[in-house]
Design a protein. Structure first.
Length: 388
């Protein structure tokens, strides 16, 4: 079976398709007639496909919002309009990627700290450290929760800042390289308010509209997952304030072989963040929610990843992360762009942005991890880092 899901969450269903059915709907691309589909099916499977069967499939896909058309467009419009009107952002992945019952969720998160790969519990009565920022994964908790715990342990060991500026990866296309939202983030453990003054200050210093792509926040997990841990670390009574920033693609800079800072919209935003934090006198903890390599059959590579490849990947990832430890954003970017981003490092924009705005004396790699899927010979790598 192949599982079909909608990343925009217009359809909340999951459809499981046997290969013949998947073959049929792969031809629903706007260029094949019913007769074309019947002919292609006959060539592939040697059986005649009745018109009524194709029409039935079309109807079922349309009913469940898996087919582009008037019903889907109207459902999408309603979802986006509802998000725009709301003063808060619902926890889109509660009950799916993590438990939505508070006590069970706390136990789930605690397990990542005290588990065999975790960093242990927060030390009691320890003098607070001076933390400037962290990098943490945004992979699903089941595969990378232990790695999250290393970055969040450092956050727990430090004093609560005035705000966390969280740079998350946008996994959907955006018009601009960065997007803000003023909406509170709701979690099963309580809400996180947005530092409205900081958001307004950043927008006032940026010449383009940072809210054009705001609806992208509706279904993006990279910021939500960090908010879950932050609310676990700081109970609901604590005034945790965030500035949620989604970071778009830097692929044009990679293709042209130039620094992202040569693109005015990127440079203007980075300057706006630095100036706003300074002018408001905020104690900011910068946060990059970022995974690293995505390699293997699952990500379009013709060849899968073997155990030897995993060792090579770790060596190369650690060399790349050394530039981050040195807080050298340009060398970090160059280490990825020189090979054309063949490893599909989705965390490039948020990590680069963090390295360009943070003012720290030391960077430290806390934990490195890989999530390997034998069935597809694919891997996602990730890491936790701290800056002091």
């Amino acid at each position: 079976m192949l599982c079909l899901q909608d990343p925009q969450n217009i359809s909340e269903k999951a459809i499981f398709l046997p290969p013949p059915l998947y073959f049929i709907i792969s031809l629903f691309d706007g260029s094949h007639s019913i007769l074309d589909i019947q002919t292609a099916y006959m060539r592939r499977y040697g059986e005649f496909l009745f018109t009524e069967k194709i029409e039935e499939i079309v109807h079922q896909l349309d009913e469940t919002f898996f087919l582009e058309g008037e019903r889907f467009e109207e459902a999408l419009r309603q979802k986006e309009e509802g998000f725009k009107r709301a003063s808060f952002r619902e926890a889109a992945f509660a009950g799916k990627s993590y438990d939505n019952e508070p006590e069970r969720l706390k136990a789930q998160l605690s397990g990542y700290f005290i588990g065999p790969e975790g960093p242990g519990l927060l030390p009691e009565n320890e003098e607070k450290i001076q933390l400037k920022g962290v990098i943490a994964p945004h992979i699903d908790f089941q595969r990378g929760g232990f790695c999250y715990a290393f970055a969040h342990l450092e956050i727990g060991r430090s004093s609560l800042p005035d705000c966390f500026i969280i740079f998350g990866t946008a996994h959907a296309p955006m018009k601009n390289p960065f997007s803000l939202t003023r909406k509170e983030f709701i979690t099963p453990l309580g809400q996180l308010k947005v530092d409205q003054e900081m958001v307004d200050a950043i927008q006032s210093r940026c010449p383009y509209d940072l809210f054009v792509d705001e609806v992208t926040h509706r279904i993006e997990h990279s910021i939500e997952f960090q908010c879950i841990f932050l609310r676990y670390l700081f109970p609901n009574s604590a005034p945790v304030r965030i500035v949620p920033v989604l970071s778009g693609s830097f692929h044009e800079a990679i293709e042209r072989g130039i620094s992202p800072m040569e693109f005015p919209p990127i440079r203007q935003f980075i300057d706006a963040v630095k100036t706003s934090a300074s002018s408001l006198g905020r104690r900011v903890c910068y946060f990059a929610s970022a995974d690293l390599a995505h390699m293997g059959l699952q990500f379009g590579d013709q060849n899968g990843i073997g155990e030897y490849d995993l060792r090579i990947l770790e060596e190369e990832d650690r060399k790349m992360l050394k530039h981050a430890e040195d807080m050298d954003g340009e060398r970090f970017f160059t280490s990825i762009s020189e090979e054309g981003d063949q490893k599909n490092v989705c965390g490039l924009p948020p990590i680069y942005t963090l390295l360009k705005v943070i003012e720290a004396k030391e960077g430290k790699l806390l934990k490195y991890g890989q999530a390997y899927t034998p069935e597809t010979k694919s891997v996602v790598s990730f890491a936790s880092m701290a800056f002091y």
